[in-house]
Ligand binder design. Sequence first.
Ligand code: OTU
Length: 646
Amino acid sequence: MLTKLKAQKALRQILDSVELPKQTKKDEKVFLQRIEQHFPALLVKLYELYGDHYDFFFHAQKLVVLLATSFASRKRKWKNLDEQRLADPYWYRSEKMLGMAVYVDLFAGNLNKLQSKIPYLKSLGVNYLHLMPLYKAPEGDSDGGYAVSDYRQVDPKLGTEKDLVQLAEALSAEGISLVLDFVFNHTSDEHKWAQEARKGNPDFEEFYYFFDDEQEVQDYNQTCREIFPTVRRGSFTHLDDIDKWVWTTFNSFQWDLNYSNPAVFNAITDEMLFLANIGCEGLRLDALAFIWKEKWTQCESLPKAHTLIQCFNACLQIVAPSVLFKSEAIVHPDEVARYIGKDECQLSYNPLMMALMWESLATRETKLLTASLKKSFEIAPEASWVNYIRCHDDIGWTFDDAVAEQMGIDGYQHRRFLNQFYTGKFAGSFSQGVPFQENPTTGDCRVCGSLASLAGLEKAIESDDSTQIDHAIKRVRLLNSINLSIGGVPLIYQGDELGILNDHSYLDDEFKREDSRWVNRPAIADSTIENAQSGVGYQSRIYRDLKQMIDLRKSDAVFGVARTEILETYRPHLFAYLREHDSGDKMLAICNFSEHSQTIPMSVCDCLEASEIKDVLTNTLVSGNEIHLGAYGVVWLKTYRGKGDE
Ligand code: OTU
C-alpha cells in the first residue's frame, strides 16, 4: 500500500524533477495548490490500480506533466468559470436548471446552425445542453457516434473544431452549459490506437484486450452480460486478418479499452482534459459500468471501475473543476447509486424513476414506483439526479427484483409484460413502441419509441379517437410533471417537448435498419417547432403544458435545493411526494396514473401545515374533504399565503 504521506513525498520528488510549462505566477500558484490538494490521494488510488507495474512512477510523472500542460492551455474564460463554480459548488441543484439532449445534425443541421437555435432553447428555459457524440467516427454505422475515431476531431459533417469552440463560447455567453459525451469504455476500430494495435505495434496492442486463445474468450463469455445480442453473440469479435479476438462489449467496431494498462489511463485522461478545455461544463460518462474487467466476474461495476472514475474525477478537480461528471449507469439501482457522489459523479441519470414511471402508466398502479423510490431516490446532498423520460436509447427495465417481489411482482414476468405492453402486443395497450435487442437465449428485450408514441398519441391519432388523444397528452403531461418537480435536473430529449411521434424512416437506411433505437432519433424541422408554438394542434398542447410547468419550476426554490420525501398514498393509482426547502416552504405533488378519476382525503395535505392550500398548476384554492384528480391528473399543492400569492 502507498500511504498518503509517501504519496505527498512522491509528488514533491516528481515536481522537483520535471519541467512544467511556463505560466503566470498566479496560475502557477493555483495549479500547485490544486495538485497538492488532490494529487496525493489520486496517486494512492492509482497505486491500487497500477502499483504492480514496474514503471508505475514513470506513468505518475507523465501524468503530472500532462495535468500541468492541460491546465496551462486552459483558456482564461474557463479558468474564471472554475473559480466561480468552486465558490458556488452546488449550482447545478438550482430550480433554474433545465436540460435538453440533442443531436447536432438532427436538431440544427450542423454546429454553426445550432447557434441560431439558441433563442429557441432559451425560450424554453434550457440552460444545459447535451450534444450527442459529435466526434469523428466511422462512415456508415458508428453507433450514433458512440464509436469515436478521434476525440479531437469533429465529425466533418457537423463542422470543424473551431465551430465547436465558437459554439461553446456562444452557449456560455447565453448562460447555457455545454455537456459532451466522454466515450471512454471503447474507441472505434478506426481510432489511430486501434489501427496501430491491429498492425501489431506492441504498445498499442496493450491498449485493447486481444486474445489468441478462443478458450479465454469463452471463459469471459460465461459470466459477461450480452448487451447487443442481435449484433453478435458474446462480448468478443474475431479479427480474421490478424487471427485474434478483441473485446467488444457493444458493436464489433467498438473496441473496449484496456484500463489495466496505466498508459491507457494517461492517454484517455489527456483526451478527457482536451474535451474539458473546449469549454464544456459536463461530461457524460458513457457505459462507465464496463471499464474494468476481471475473469469470472460479470465485468460490470467492479470496485476498480469506481477507483478509476475517482481518478478521472481527481484529474478534473486539478485542471477543470467546473466540469461535472454525469454517470450513465443503466444498471441495478443499488449499483447506479454507487457511482453518485462528490468523488465520482456529481450527476447521474435516474434510470429507475424513468423505467418505473412507464411501468406505472402501463399497470395504472404506483406501488412499485413508490416502494422503489422510497428505497433509492435519496442520494448525497452534493449530488443531483438527471431525471429523464426518454433518451436516444432504449428503455431497459432496471428495477430491483427484490423490491418487486415484496410487492408480489415477479420481475422476469413483469419485464415480459412491459415489453409486450410497450410494443403494442398486449391487448388493450395504448402504446406503439418497437422492440430492441431481443435475446434469443434469455428472452430479454428492451423497448424504443418517442415519448408521445409510447404514451399513446400515435395509436390514438391513427384510430382518430379523441378521448384516447386526450389521455395520451395527459400521460405526457403527467410524466413531465414528475420529471420537473421531484428534485434533480430535468433533461428533455429532443422532440419530446414537441410531441414528436416515432420516425420509421430509419428502416430505409442500410446502416440504421438493424438498430431500432433510430425510431426515436427524428430530425426536428423548423416547421414542427413553429407548429408547436402556434397554439393549435396536439403538439402545441404538449408544448404549452410543458412550458407552463417549466416556468413554475423556475420561479420557485422549492423545486431546487430541497429535500424529497416519497409518500405512501394508500391509493393504488396515486403517487405523491413532498418537497421541503430549508426555508420551511413545501410543495406536495399528487399524480393519478389512471384514466379514471380518483380522490384522496384532504388530510394528505396535513404535511403542508397550512390553513389554506392552492394548486399552483391551476392557481386555484383547494378545499373540501377530498382532493379530486381527473384522468391522469396532477396537482402541485402549496400553502396559500393570501391575495398577493396569486
Ligand atoms: C451507451 O448505452 C449509449 O447510450 C448507447 O447509445 C451506446 O450504444 C452504448 O453506450 C455504447 O457506447 O447499451 O443500450 O447497461 O445500457 O451504457 C444502451 C448500460 C447501452 C448500457 C449503456 C449503453
